[in-house]
Write a protein that binds this ligand. Structure first.
Ligand SMILES: Cc1ncc(COP(=O)(O)O)c(C=O)c1O
Length: 466
């Protein structure tokens, strides 16, 4: 059946064709021009109708499926999703929408419910409720309650070598709110551009754009952000993931760290350190400390419970340089009246009692075995891929041989009920780079890893044969 879809793309535009197509469909879904359940043409048909290469349409469909706008049902084609993701139209940093049709979901940012320490959390929360007085039920200080700021500054020093004081710590609703506050504050300082890593987090890039800053992509190589390129960008602020670059997994080398800190001093600039998964380090040898340690006057350190516990808690923190702190506190007090006190108290109790450390030890070893299982599965089923970056976090990045059609591999995997992202999803229009796949293992059971990678391996072989 040759279904029709009325969309247009502009070949003369600087916006890549995949992004144009994606946005056009997304807008129609959001505006309810395209209704839930509506059937879309096959990728082959739409490519033909629009005079595009099929891989452009496949990539756009794949992205929209991953975001929950479309459903691909085996045997009956692609439809507008019947149940829209709750987050349609929101500015979430993350890609954590449930995949309706895939058996294995290798996207990052998916909560692993079985790892959440329910009993410990319940015990901490119960203790808080039994003891909380009037002050705990009133409006909290906007930057966070003293108990949590004290615990956090001690914990960050002990676990990540962050150099801070309770008075410099601000509790936020995850890194998302931290980034929004930073964006607002930077703009008040007359800074309107924020350098970001490429490849990088596409959700973050969109989020930054929405906050009014212009993101300036700067390349990353095997040592981390290329500081010479940052210098050329003219930016005065940069967002980096030095412990475990997102998505490549590269750790910023000591030399680059020095260069980056020197750049900030010379440029009178600011560095935002997104330490999203710094607690999960699996090599028993060297462990990167926070970049912030090198210059607490220039680096804003950001952490979150999204990986350590679950994203749904919406709890994060910033360690802010003294010079920036008063402005950020003012900006925050115009935005809301602080974070939920009971959650802050419960998290402080979890830290104080040592239960958080115990939990981290437990899940670290689970994630380590998942990472090992993933490396073994890649070796077995995708032997031509090369995992790069360090053994850390909840995802690995696999580079595929030059010329591999990433979109075809991703689409083939989806047909086999595996949802995985290609390297293209993390590039912003710079040099295409090597083809690759981001393999998130945080929410997969051990047994699912080999099955999922075997399906990806089969898709790779299929794509290679053309
Ligand atoms: C690169 C990166 N930064 C930050 C975060 C955390 O954001 P938030 O604390 O808003 O959940 C994530 C996801 O967990 C991420 O992948």
């Amino acid at each position: 059946m040759a279904w029709h879809l009325s969309v247009q793309v502009d070949r003369d535009s600087a916006v890549p064709l995949t992004a144009q197509l994606q946005n056009a469909i997304k807008t129609r879904v959001e505006d309810r021009v395209l209704h839930p359940g509506s059937r879309l043409p096959s990728s082959r048909q739409l490519a033909l109708d629009l005079g595009l290469s099929r891989s452009v349409v496949v990539e756009a469909y794949e992205q929209l499926i991953a975001e929950g706008y479309l459903d691909a049902v085996r045997g009956s084609g692609t439809h507008v999703a019947r149940k829209m993701p709750d987050s349609v139209g929101d500015t979430s940093l993350l890609d954590s929408r449930p995949a309706t049709s895939a058996r294995w979901d290798l996207r990052v940012g998916i909560a692993n419910l079985s790892n959440f320490p329910r009993q410990e959390w319940l015990n901490s929360y119960t203790k808080v409720l039994q003891n909380v007085g009037r002050e705990g039920m009133d409006y909290p200080p906007v930057a966070g309650i003293a108990e949590l700021r004290n615990e956090l500054s001690g914990y960050l020093g002990r676990v990540r070598s962050v150099h801070t004081e309770p008075g410099q710590v601000m509790v936020t609703a995850g890194f998302a709110q931290g980034l929004a506050l930073l964006s607002d504050s930077l703009q008040r300082l007359g800074i309107h551009e924020l350098a970001i890593e490429e490849p990088g987090h596409s959700g973050q890039r969109r989020f930054i754009l929405d906050t009014g800053l212009t993101p300036l992509p700067v390349p990353v190589d095997e040592e981390g952000l290329v500081v010479e390129a940052l210098e050329r960008s003219g930016a005065r602020a940069v967002l980096v993931t030095p412990a475990h670059q997102f998505p490549t997994g590269v750790m910023m080398s000591p030399e680059r760290r020095k260069q980056l800190l020197a750049w900030a001093r010379a440029r009178d600039g600011w560095i935002i350190e997104d330490d999203y998964d710094g607690e999960f380090w699996f090599d028993r040898g060297i462990r990167p400390t926070a970049l912030q340690e090198g210059d607490p006057e220039r680096v804003v350190y950001a952490g979150t419970t999204s990986k350590v516990l679950v994203p749904g808690l919406r709890l994060g923190w910033l360690a802010i340089p003294p010079k920036l702190y008063p402005l950020m506190e003012r900006v925050r007090s115009r935005q809301d009246q602080g974070s939920d006190t009971l959650t802050q108290l419960a998290f402080a109790e979890l830290m104080r009692s040592g239960l958080l450390d115990r939990h981290l030890r437990r899940v670290r070893s689970r994630y380590r075995s998942r990472r090992e299982a993933l490396a073994a599965a890649v070796h077995e089923s995708l032997p031509e891929a090369r995992i790069i970056g360090c053994a850390a976090g909840l995802h690995s990045y696999a580079v595929l041989p030059p010329g591999t059609d990433e979109a075809a591999v991703v689409h083939g995997a989806l047909r086999r009920s595996v949802l995985v992202r290609s390297g293209a999803a993390f590039r912003f229009g710079g040099p295409p780079g090597e083809p690759g796949l981001l393999l998130g293992y945080g929410s997969l059971p051990l047994t699912g890893i080999s099955e999922a990678v075997a399906a990806i391996g089969a898709s790779y072989e299929e794509a290679r044969r053309g």
